[in-house]
Design a protein around this ligand. Structure first.
Ligand SMILES: [Fe+2]
Length: 339
């Protein structure tokens, strides 16, 4: 009863009608991972893996709570992206605005359209999401000794039936938590030809992760996972991946974090990129300790401090459309509207 009162205070009046079981899953003392095994401990960050969790049952991830979150979500922290049809070779990537729609209507639009909404940093906007993120990674550290993470962030991705996320890689450590709907995730080796040092340097310097070369033949080397609510994926650092939603609305949480090893790897990406693109030297080493490493660490820190990389980064994409308030799933194109 006391717990119920505390939860009510924390989560608000919307939760008044929730059954006891829901309060039970909200307890932070309950593990977030539901079936941790020694195999997961052995494989964590070394191989792509699937684990199970209980976040999909958490009231913070109900559609009501998500609609409420969208209602108060700061503009600068979200991206709404329209995608091309599945299977089309041409990449479409246009950014839009929710156009003042209420959260529930935004979700309805996504359910009927072909787009995704990325609430990029929910932990910064609402501390309750941050608490869950921290709890999840404290559990990982308890299960995988020495796997200490910091600068963790989490985002919520709401995406249309059959939407896709193109082949790309991410620089921080990453995991994908499925909350609602189902998707197919292709995870590729983090070695050439799937990923080269030059590509990593490019992404570190110029933030062009969605422009990576992809060949359909790569799929023969991918590990393919189909995940639904209550399942999560983790993969080795920088492993390229792409995602195809099944024919249903999808809600996922993405988590990013750094470890000391990942931080050093990123410093090497930056330093080797500077050598390659600024000094015309082909870097030979990705060693992350010793004098060579610290020389590169100083090089990239100096260039960053001097602000020399800022102009290289891609300009923010223009906002090209807004959601149509009358026809859920349709968009209003700013260019066409102006003609
Ligand atoms: Fe990713």
């Amino acid at each position: 009863m006391v717990r119920r009162l505390i939860m009510k205070r924390r989560y608000g009046s919307r939760l008044r009608s929730l059954p006891d079981r829901t309060y039970e899953v909200m307890r932070m003392s309950n593990p977030i991972f539901t079936n941790w095994t020694q195999d997961l401990t052995d494989k964590w960050a070394k191989a792509p893996l699937k684990a199970t969790h209980r976040l999909h049952e958490h009231p913070l991830f109900s559609f009501d709570a998500l609609a409420d979150l969208i209602d108060r979500y700061p503009r600068e922290h979200y991206a709404l992206v329209q995608m091309g049809p599945q299977g089309s070779p041409r990449r479409t990537w246009r950014e839009g605005d929710i156009g003042g729609l209420k959260g529930a209507a935004v979700i309805d639009s996504i359910r009927n359209g072909r787009m995704w909404l990325n609430l990029r940093n929910v932990g910064a906007v609402d501390a309750r999401y941050r608490e869950l993120l921290d709890a999840a990674f404290e559990e990982v550290a308890r299960n995988v000794p020495g796997y200490d993470t910091y600068a963790r962030t989490n985002g919520i991705l709401i995406s249309s039936p059959n939407a896709q996320v193109y082949y790309h890689t991410d620089l921080p450590g990453q995991s994908l938590w499925q909350l609602h709907g189902r998707k197919r995730v292709f995870v590729y080796p983090n070695t050439p030809p799937f990923l080269t040092d030059e590509q990593l340097e490019n992404i570190a310097l110029f933030e062009v992760e969605v422009d990576m070369r992809y060949e359909p033949a790569y799929d023969q080397h991918a590990q393919v996972f189909e995940i639904g609510g209550g399942e999560m994926l983790h993969w080795p650092l920088n492993a390229p991946h792409r995602v195809e939603n099944l024919d249903c609305l999808n809600v996922s949480m993405t988590t990013e974090y750094w470890t000391e090893a990942i931080r050093r790897s990123q410093m090497i990406n930056m330093a080797n990129g500077i050598l390659r693109y600024k000094a015309g030297v082909t870097p030979k080493s990705r060693v992350t300790k010793g004098l060579g490493f610290w020389t590169k660490a100083a090089l990239q820190a100096g260039v960053k401090r001097a602000g020399l990389l800022k102009k290289e980064r891609k300009a923010r994409r223009p906002i090209e459309f807004k959601l149509d308030p009358v026809h859920p799933g349709a968009i209003i194109d700013f260019q066409q509207a102006a003609e």
